[in-house]
Design a protein around this ligand. Structure first.
Ligand code: NAD
Length: 468
């Protein structure tokens, strides 16, 4: 069985203890990851702290290192992608896209400016608003896009002058460990440490006194624990949490045009995307063609092992999540839900669930109110548009949403009424490296990406110079 190493102070560290990593397409372990001990985490923190002192001084060098990271990932994407598919489940071409996305994110971030604003500069004095790094950043990631979401943190944190201790999810540690290995040759020792372990390791990181900023992506429940752990030391936090995105179809939409986009907005990565469409509101007049169109597509896509050619959707990533999807669909059925496609596991080995479309539901059922994070989509009828908007907003979640119409301006006006971080029109999940992404309400605090995400890894320092 292949073993992978952590990266601590620029060196490979395997440790005494290891845990198995399961391939969700088979349900069987296929490799092992090191279980980071307390002492190893102390080493990682000490090296990050020590490296910070020189890393923060040379911005031009940091930019060069980020570009070198992009080059290194691009050169070795073909080596990392199959590991990502085997631990995460996504089809190999999608894994490759995730890796290329990492290179793009490093490159775009390398070109961002760390602003210095001059508020006053005259004979009496000069006032500058500068941006200082925090020091050591603790970065914690989930299992749906493990490498890309890690890079969303690493690239801006490093450009701003911080050093990083990164912990991937125990369900998908391997591609991230490999990323650490690839970047070992490029990033100075101690600047990027990658450690692996269970949820307890996450708690050790968020509680560690060396960490001055936590950048966390994961569920709302864990996000609240992270915020509580950050409070005693007043550590800064960015939280990218769960969502329950609504798509609202307006009465002038063309079902043929919107159905494929709605489908992939909901089912990409087998529905395991924070900002996937998780419920669709459809006016009575369009309900039949849209629900039927989605059901036909759901029945036609190829589900299977992501390493097989032509597979469009892989398995659910892990057993607890697979069981949760089963439970939510069974509950929807028990509450009057009409299964229009799927509705059951695919059978056989692995955590495969049939792409599922459920009609006949209203709000108040778990599949509609909770984040399913899997391949099961409820389609909900509405009569009045105001009612649909109100139902879309009647949730603690506020990550993103979308509005679909033949008239983009009309849809944009409705999009503005959605209580969420990103509101798309006639598209969903259009996430770009130069555009901020983050959640309203319980879906998060702060944003990632672009200049706004970069500033989240800095704090303001005013330098006020008296002259004469
Ligand atoms: P999770 O919250 O269970 O775990 C996320 C990470 O937190 C893992 O690395 C885990 O080991 C760690 N962790 C667990 N307990 C911890 C603790 N007490 N302290 C510190 N770290 C701890 O989430 P998940 O199941 O891995 O991911 C799915 C969730 O992530 C979904 O809700 C999804 O919507 C959300 N997500 C959000 C975004 C976003 O950008 N908003 C992106 C992707 C996923």
């Amino acid at each position: 069985m292949t073993t992978f190493s952590m990266t601590i102070d620029g060196k490979p560290v395997t440790g005494e203890s290891r845990f198995p990593v399961i391939n969700p397409a088979t349900g069987q372990p296929f490799a092992e990851a090191p279980e980071c001990s307390r002492a190893q985490l102390e080493d990682a923190m000490a090296s990050a702290d020590a490296a910070y002192k020189s890393w923060r001084r040379d911005e031009a060098r940091r930019r060069e290192v980020l570009v070198a990271c992009a080059d290194a990932i691009q050169a070795r994407a073909g080596e990392i992608a199959p590991i990502l598919t085997r631990e995460q489940g996504k089809p190999l071409p999608r894994a490759m896209e995730e890796l290329i996305g990492c290179a793009v994110w490093f490159r775009v971030t390398a070109g961002l400016q760390i602003p210095v604003e001059v508020l006053r500069d005259d004979a009496q004095g000069r006032i500058e608003v500068r941006r200082r790094p925090f020091g050591v950043v603790g970065a914690i990631t989930p299992w749906n896009f493990p490498v890309l979401l890690a890079v969303w943190k690493i690239a801006p944190a490093l450009l701003a002058g911080n050093t990083v201790v990164l912990k991937p999810s125990p369900f998908t540690p391997l591609a991230t460990l490999k990323l650490g290995e690839v970047l070992r040759d490029v990033v100075p020792a101690g600047v990027l440490n990658v450690v692996s372990g269970g949820d307890a390791l996450g708690g050790w990181i968020t509680g560690h006194p060396a960490v001055r900023k936590i950048s966390f992506t994961g569920s709302v429940a864990t996000g609240k624990k992270v915020a509580a752990a950050a409070a005693p030391d007043l550590k800064r936090v960015t939280l990218e949490l769960g969502g329950n995105d609504a798509a609202i179809v307006l009465d002038d939409a063309d079902p043929k045009a919107v159905v494929p986009k709605l489908f992939w907005g909901a089912f990409a990565n087998s529905g395991q995307v924070c900002s996937a469409i998780k419920r669709v509101y459809v006016p009575d007049a369009l309900y039949e063609p849209i629900a039927q169109g989605l059901a036909e597509l759901a029945k036609s896509v190829k589900v299977g092992d992501g390493l097989e050619a032509g597979v469009e959707l892989g398995p659910v990533n892990n057993r607890p999540q697979f069981e949760r999807v089963c439970e939510l669909v069974d509950d929807a059925r028990a509450h009057g839900g009409k299964i229009l496609a799927g509705g059951a596991p695919k059978g056989g080995d692995g955590y495969f669930y049939q792409p599922t479309i459920v009609g006949g539901l209203s709000d108040g059922v778990r599949l509609v109110d909770e984040e399913q994070f899997g391949p099961a989509l409820p389609i909900l009828r509405y009569r009045e548009l105001e009612d649909a908007v109100e139902r879309a907003n009647a949730t603690h979640f506020g990550l993103s949403g979308s509005v679909w119409s033949a008239d983009p301006e009309r849809a944009a006006a409705v999009a503005g009424q959605l209580e969420c971080g990103t509101a798309w029109v006639n598209q969903h999940m259009a996430i770009l490296p130069n555009t901020p992404f983050g959640g309203a309400k319980w879906s998060g605090i702060g944003v990632e990406n672009g200049p706004w995400g970069l500033l989240g890894f800095t704090e303001i320092q005013v330098v006020n110079v008296a002259k004469g």
